[in-house]
Design a binder for this molecule. Sequence first.
Ligand code: GAL
Length: 335
Amino acid sequence: MVLSAALFLFGAARADLAFHPGEVWRDTDGQPIQAHGGGILIYSNIYYWYGEDRTPEIRSAVSCYSSTNLLDWKREGVALWQTNLPIANGHRTFVERPKVIYNPRTKKFVMWLHTEQGRYHFASAGVALSDTPMGPFTFLKTFRPITNNIGFAEDDVDGQNKFGGTFRDMNLFVDDDGRAYTFYSSEGNWTMYVVRLNADFTGPELPAVENKTWSRILVRQMREGPAPFKWKGKYFLITSACTGWAPNAANYSVAENILGPWKTFENPCTGLDSAKTFGGQSTFVLPSPGKSDQFIFMADRWNPSDLPDSRYLWLPFTLPADGTLTIPWRDQWSF
Ligand code: GAL
């Protein structure tokens, strides 16, 4: 995402109001926000927050909220309906970790997501398109972006020998040159893939050539929840370990070239429960409006016994001159 911070009329008038990580966060109608595993699109000076809509009893897969100050979120409605998701092999699919970017060439809003089925073996990318940020998005296709067989077992439960590396926890990143990438946990979550997208952002750049258009990174490190961002020409990627809904220690990796090599550093979190990422799992990093060294770390504190009540942890951090990442816990904070 290219952030032209100067364009922002940021909500200084709301300095009295603070972010409260981990507390119930209500939308402007007073309803708890339902945007789990989400991410932010900035378009036309408005923030759009997309995420898993786990509101019981409505057939919504992805929600969309809008805001101009990052604190007050208006529910724009359902960006993608469950009923628009494909049936595969006779079984319905569901969605995790949706992200949206805008393609200025096609003028489409492009949503990528992890499409899945009950046992998590479908593990495929989904792409949906819309002419407006709110949607509703039209589902385009499911697929595995990289189909290389790196020597997967014949009887691989995820069908990787036939269809290529799995696509589970994912994110999107638009570089300063306008080229977009997807980061995703692949090879049964063992290895992260970073894949440059085609000009429409609807699939991988083709022909896909390893280390030229895509790369295997964090090889055999078993990382999830990829949250990429760029600072001073360097790429950063915060990830979690792979323990389902249970929290674990984050770490982060840094690269000069988005396709690698990436170097991994220890858990950047400090303070209360930092060894378990404050009980959360990374989902996104948002550049702070108007501040080139400041970012907001977004994580989900999952509640496996009541997933709709999973909470959001948004925590600000500042990168010092040497680029060492530290994310301190805060009970509350404001801009
Ligand atoms: C987590 C993953 C979540 C969800 C969950 C299911 O590891 O980050 O997005 O897939 O597993 O157990």
